[in-house]
Design a protein around this ligand. Structure first.
Ligand SMILES: [Zn+2]
Ligand SMILES: [Zn+2]
Length: 98
């Protein structure tokens, strides 16, 4: 598991599979925390909120969610795409919620 210093974790293979995204709003944001946000929404049985932050994979996330993520200075998740992490987490949580 990839663990961040904010107390969240995500599977290594998920983090490794994310494309890099170092620019703009996501700069230095923690992708592990983004994964956890999506995961919690998925587990709750709710639909995944869309948004207006679009990444290179054309996935969407709420810009307010991205803004609320803590910084990931010096961790492996530092340069990973938080939008994709959010969607990956949602998929995992949704599968468990069944
Ligand atoms: Zn984090
Ligand atoms: Zn992405």
């Amino acid at each position: 598991m990839a663990t961040c210093r904010h107390g969240n974790d995500a599977p290594d293979e998920t983090m490794d599979g994310l494309h890099e995204n170092q620019g703009g709003r996501q700069r230095h944001k923690c992708a592990v925390c983004a994964y956890e946000r999506g995961y919690q929404i998925g587990r709750s049985g709710a639909d995944l909120p869309g948004g207006n932050e679009e990444c290179d994979e054309r996935l969407l996330a709420p810009d307010a969610m991205i803004d609320s993520l803590p910084e990931a200075q010096g961790t492996t998740a530092r340069h990973k795409c938080c939008v994709c992490a959010y969607h990956m987490g949602f998929g995992k949580g949704h599968a468990i919620a069944g």
